[in-house]
Design a protein around this ligand. Structure first.
Ligand code: ADP
Ligand code: MG
Length: 539
């Protein structure tokens, strides 16, 4: 055995791996998370600014929506990615409040870092934060007011708040009403499946021409001009197979030596297609929605029978149609039975903008609706659609949980105040952590003020003094800079936005705080990332 040379480095990781440990790892992770939060911070609230995102293909998105911005940014840093996940969770659970959740996470981490600097161990901070997060759920729940699907006025205010300051601003009155009508239409015993509300966007005319259709609208025209343009009392067939003669999987050759043979071959194909259309006719269907293609000849035969047909219908539309009409999607024309046929009162082709769309209305199950979003340009409709989707999520959350709070910074200030009271009941270091958590919540009213060009310190001071007088819904009027009663002002939000944002933001904070070792494998195809550095983020 040879003696080990003490100066010789020992490699335990393969070449190209990087490792950061201890305070460096924590600092890098916190920094990355803070940068993400900082990026979306300026979009918060009614006076928040928009961002223009250009992807590698040169496509442009103009948006104010936190989760959209973060998804498009293609963030690479592992801790930063965890923050993006917070936004995604918020999007899935509520549909709105994505910026709030991310900004909160950033601030929780920032305040934790200050405690780390004071030599408080991350696990102690973690524990304090967990206590604070649990207490927050209780405080927020106690703060909320009840709401039901009967409270149309309140629900409209919730939708309105979701769309304030977004692309939908100019027509938010109309859109709020549409959103509330849509949600209450599909609601059954406080249960709402958001999939029952389809949002279809169509460029052309103005936002004010957006409408609610009690049925399904699909972005397809009938395949043949001699098919009926509109039908009543319609039997609907949903096909997940092409109405064509399938080409063989392998290359096959047929040898034709005489015109007769050619004729016979074509006849054969023709007969097969004819047979398919006859099967469809026999089923009693007078409208066919096909997820795949429809052969020219089949189109002709179907038209001759007075059957309405649309092809290449999106899978999600097929599923909506199945739910709304009670039809089952069939993948073999041979096996069509009467049970798979669905029903709707009206199928018609209508011109929207300069394109034709198919409306399937008065369905068996009116529990499926479509919101048709209009707007002058592609960018406008896309942003209006995002605002409408946020509003739908908020109204659904409010009805499902039956709880609503007034916003404009009020819940955060109130929560912060009550958490500080709670902190006083704790001892020592945990108290510091709960206080840090409570102070972090103030980032929301502070940011609302900053984004509105107001002095954040003045605003926060007056807000706090109102809350000290037990005005639990005292919020900031971003237009005057004065304190207002957010409830009276109609700035309403579902409780779930707040509970979910606090929950996921604190969870990710705890997760990041507990990391003290980052081992990253070097990918040869990518330039290796400097520890903690985020390429392309100006660091
Ligand atoms: P998020 O992605 O978090 O939903 P938003 O840009 O939608 O971000 O901003 C939401 C914040 O704006 C909430 O704190 C909400 O209370 C506040 N807000 C909404 N409407 C108003 C208003 N009219 N006045 C003051 N604050 C408002
Ligand atoms: Mg919002």
């Amino acid at each position: 055995m040879t003696q080990n040379n003490p100066n010789q480095p020992i490699y335990i990781l393969p070449e190209g791996h990087s490792r950061t440990v201890g305070r460096d790892a924590q600092r890098n992770n916190i920094l990355a998370a803070k940068i993400v939060a900082e990026t979306v911070r300026t979009t918060l609230g009614p006076k928040g600014m928009d961002k223009m995102l250009v992807d590698s293909m040169g496509d442009v998105i103009v948006t104010n929506d936190g989760v959209t911005i973060l998804k498009e940014m293609q963030i690479e840093h592992p801790a930063a990615k965890m923050i993006v996940e917070v936004a995604k969770t918020q999007e899935e659970e509520v549909g709105d409040g994505t910026t709030t959740a991310v900004v909160l996470a950033g601030e929780f981490l920032k305040n934790a870092e200050a405690l780390i600097d004071k030599n408080i161990h991350p696990t102690v901070i973690s524990k304090g934060y967990r206590l604070a997060a649990e207490k927050s759920q209780k405080i927020l729940n106690a703060m909320a007011e009840p709401i039901t699907s009967q409270d149309k006025e309140l629900l409209i205010k919730i939708a309105n708040t979701a769309m304030t300051g977004k692309g939908a601003e100019s027509s938010k009155e109309l859109l709020s009403k549409i959103v509330v009508d849509a949600v209450t239409q599909v609601e059954e015993n406080k249960k709402i499946n958001s999939k029952d509300i389809k949002v279809e966007k169509k460029v052309g005319s103005g936002i004010e021409d957006s409408e609610l259709i009690k049925g399904i609208v699909i972005d397809k025209e009938r395949v043949h001009s001699s098919m009926p343009k509109s039908l009543e009392k319609v039997n609907i067939l949903l096909l997940d197979t092409a109405i064509e003669v399938k080409s063989t999987e392998t290359d096959a050759k047929i040898q034709i030596t005489s015109p007769d043979q050619m004729d016979a071959f074509l006849k054969q194909e023709e007969t097969m297609i004819k047979k398919m259309t006859e099967k469809i006719k026999e089923s009693g269907a007078n409208a066919v929605f096909c997820q795949k293609g429809i052969d020219d000849l089949a189109q002709y035969y179907l038209a001759k029978e007075g059957i309405y047909a649309a092809r290449r219908v999106k899978k999600s539309d097929m599923e909506n149609l199945a739910r709304a009409t009670g039809a089952s999607i069939v993948n073999n024309i041979e096996t069509i039975t009467p049970e798979v046929i669905g029903y709707s009162g009206i199928v018609e082709e209508l011109k929207v903008g300069d394109e034709q769309m198919t409306y399937i209305k008065e369905c068996k199950n009116p529990k499926a609706v479509t919101i048709l979003v209009r707007g002058g340009t592609e960018h406008v409709v896309a942003e209006v659609e995002r605002a409408v989707v946020d509003a739908i999520g908020d109204v659904i959350s409010a009805i499902e949980d039956g709880k609503v709070v007034a916003g404009a910074g009020a819940p955060e200030v109130e929560l912060s105040k009550q958490l500080k009271d709670y902190a006083n009941t704790l001892s020592g270091r945990e108290q510091l952590a709960v206080n840090a958590f409570a102070e972090a919540l103030e980032v929301i009213p502070r940011t609302l003020a900053e984004n509105a060009g107001l002095d954040p310190i003045d605003v926060l001071t007056s807000l706090k003094s109102s809350h000290d007088k037990n005005e639990k819904f005292a919020g900031i009027n971003v237009f005057t800079g004065k304190v207002m009663d957010s409830w009276e002002a109609g700035v309403l939000e579902p409780l779930r936005i707040k509970t979910q944002a606090v929950k996921s933001a604190s969870e990710v904070t705890e997760l990041i705080l507990r990391i003290d070792d980052v081992i990253a494998s070097g990918e040869s195809s990518r330039p290796s990332m400097p520890p903690g550095g985020m390429p392309g983020m100006g660091m």
